[in-house]
Write a protein that binds this ligand. Structure first.
Ligand code: SAM
Length: 264
């Protein structure tokens, strides 16, 4: 097997707290499995038109998907009439996204780029940037987070919007990961839970029932107010945070927070 078919977290996986490690975590096998993990139909059903409405409300037309993954949102937004550029730092993910797009009759415009150097390869200003599916949590240090947010900020037009989601790590850190908390876009064939959690690491384990395979992702447990503060500090003026797509919620309840950050 080639190195890209196996995940390698070394002798002590809980020591892997490195922003650059994400490209090694999305190995071919995991990328192939990702679409089992993310059941597109049930995901579309559970998120409804939330993102489409948020974008339409603001008159957005040109959208940059910075965490394309296997292409779910890029394809959905194209089908809803948006002009979409699909970026990701992982070549494996983009290849899968392109294939998924083609199966649905779209030729995705893909760009392989790391967020920290986004504007080296992304030109022009977008009406909106989406960074979805708990992606921002791959960044392990504050300098990288600030750099990525600043790059997103400058790729947006003067009154553009950034929509970025994250797991409710406050709930996981303070209350624990309830078994009732289903990963909102999971198919039935996979179980997901945090195998290790501390202030600097949430290591998630993904067990696939069909073939017994197991993969992991090491993430940084972002607290909601911390993410909001960073967004304000890089210049976003107005930040609305939804809990599982709702405006009002008890902080411990949602699985996901969605930040809608406006530049003006
Ligand atoms: N948005 C997709 C979804 O919701 O299905 C994919 C989510 S996946 C959890 C996270 C994605 O972020 C991966 O495709 C990964 O390659 C990408 N990513 C993580 N860190 C990145 C970085 N520093 N620069 C660019 N892409 C990054």
């Amino acid at each position: 097997m080639s190195a890209m078919n196996e995940q390698d977290f070394g002798a002590d996986p809980t020591k892997v707290r490195d922003t650059d490690h994400y490209t090694e975590e999305y190995v071919d096998g995991f990328v192939d499995k990702w679409d089992d993990l993310i059941d597109w139909d049930s995901r579309a059903q559970s998120e409804g038109d939330f993102f489409i409405q948020e974008l339409k409300k603001r008159g957005a037309k040109r959208v940059l998907d910075v965490a394309t993954g296997t292409g779910f949102h890029s394809v959905r937004l194209r089908e809803a009439g948006f002009e979409v550029v699909s970026a990701d730092g992982s070549a494996e993910m983009l290849a899968k996204a392109f294939e998924n797009g083609r199966k649905r009759g779209h030729i995705l415009r893909t760009v392989q780029v790391d967020w920290r150097w986004l504007n080296q390869d992304i030109h022009g200003h977008y009406d909106a940037i989406i960074c979805l599916g708990n992606s921002f949590t791959h960044l392990f240090n504050e300098r990288d987070r600030r750099k990525a947010l600043a790059e997103f900020y400058s790729a947006l037009r003067h009154d553009g919007v950034l929509i970025l989601d994250q797991r409710n790590y406050d709930g996981i850190l303070d209350v624990g990961y309830g078994s009732s908390h289903t990963y909102y876009y999971c198919g039935d064939s996979v179980s997901v839970y945090p195998e290790h959690v501390d202030d600097g690491l949430a290591r998630f384990r993904y067990d696939f029932q069909d073939d017994g395979s197991t993969y992991y992702l090491n993430m940084f447990p972002l607290r909601k107010e911390y993410t909001r503060r960073l967004m304000h500090e890089v210049g976003f003026q107005q930040i609305e945070t939804y809990g599982d797509f709702e405006e009002t919620y008890r902080d411990e309840d949602p699985d996901f927070f969605i930040h809608v950050a406006e530049k003006a």
